[in-house]
Design a protein around this ligand. Structure first.
Ligand code: F6P
Length: 327
């Protein structure tokens, strides 16, 4: 096994709170192990465009609390072309990079797997960094906890106005085709209903529940809708409900990118620290082509090829609990 002397780190895909804390952990663990550290700007795109910068311990001072990513993030189409990958490889070689820590989601690991297959002399370990919490092989991804907290902060505020005007609010949250944010934020925010991309919305059932709520003196409702909901999200669901129950005062709020910003929670910072330290240590111990994760509190490795293929199933017990509590 070739000795690792120069290690690069990048963040890719959508940014996620905790990425900076994780970059800090990677850099400092690398330096403690006498490595030379490089940051690659804008993920794979910066690798192609030769945006490498040396990182010291001071480069990552005062970033533990900052959202976003100091290395910026991008989704690179160029990297999926043979020419793009070749250019990225040449730049890595020019900077004598032996190994990489890639922080991102399934797109990032798909890219890493394709790259490792073609250029096996560069070793890569991945860190799950996405608010969606949709990767197999880890109970939590970096940024998920902060995103859920961002959502419930907004839901709490919307609840004030919903109650004051006796309105039925449909609040759309991120997660692409995963309902994890919707499920967790729905339960934590006390939603009357949680509509998930994984389950086709049953309008008869939804109406029945809303009407039951009304007859139970519930004058306002919060319905959390995962963005991948199969009828087309909060707008479409609210439209349909308005058609079926015209006397309802319905409102739609699409929370959007506010969910992805802000200072990471303590949970995400601790996850970032663990992932960062474990990623560097595992590369030095010979791991390669794997995503590091945390399952039941323990470090766990999943080959990129598997991490990208399946989503972790949702914890449907949370939905059952919410149904009981939303009465
Ligand atoms: O994957 C993270 C995520 O925020 C998803 O929840 C969302 O569907 C997507 O990224 C939005 O992407 P963009 O920031 O490119 O609009």
């Amino acid at each position: 096994m070739q000795k690792i002397e120069r290690l690069a780190v990048f963040s890719s895909g959508g940014d996620a709170p905790g990425m900076n804390a994780c970059i800090r952990a990677v850099v400092r663990t690398g330096l403690v192990n006498k490595l030379r550290l490089y940051g690659i700007m804008r993920g794979y795109q910066g690798m192609i465009e030769d945006e490498f910068k040396p990182l010291t311990s001071r480069s990552v001072s005062n970033i533990i609390q900052r959202g976003g990513t100091i290395l910026k993030a991008a989704r690179s189409k160029d990297f999926m072309t043979p020419e793009g990958m070749q250019k990225a490889y040449e730049n890595l070689k020019q900077h004598q990079i032996d190994a990489i820590v890639a922080i991102g989601g399934d797109g990032t690991f798909k890219g890493a797997e394709a790259f490792c297959t073609k250029y096996p002399d560069i070793r890569i370990v991945g860190i799950p960094g996405t608010i969606d919490n949709d990767l197999t092989g880890t109970d939590y991804t970096l940024g998920f906890d902060t995103a859920v907290n961002n959502v419930i902060e907004a839901v709490d505020k919307i609840r004030d106005t919903a109650a004051s005007h006796d309105r039925c609010f449909f609040i759309e949250v991120m997660g692409r085709d995963s309902g994890c944010i919707a499920l967790w934020a729905g339960l934590a925010g006390g939603a009357e209903e949680i509509l998930l991309p994984e389950i086709m919305t049953d309008f008869d059932e939804l109406i029945q529940k809303l009407e039951e709520g009304k007859s139970n003196n519930k004058n306002s409702s919060i319905i959390i809708v995962g963005e991948g909901e199969k009828n087309g999200g909060a707008d479409e669901v609210a439209h349909k409900i308005k058609e079926l129950l015209p006397h309802y005062d319905t409102k739609v709020t699409i929370l959007g990118h506010v969910q992805r910003g802000g200072s990471p929670t303590a949970f995400d910072r601790i996850l970032a620290a663990k992932f960062g330290v474990w990623a560097v240590e595992s590369l030095l111990a010979g791991e390669n082509r794997k995503m590091i994760g945390i399952l039941k509190g323990e470090k766990f490795f999943t080959p990129f090829s598997q991490a990208t293929k399946q989503h972790e199933p949702l914890d449907m017990e949370l939905l059952r609990i919410n149904t009981i509590l939303a009465t």
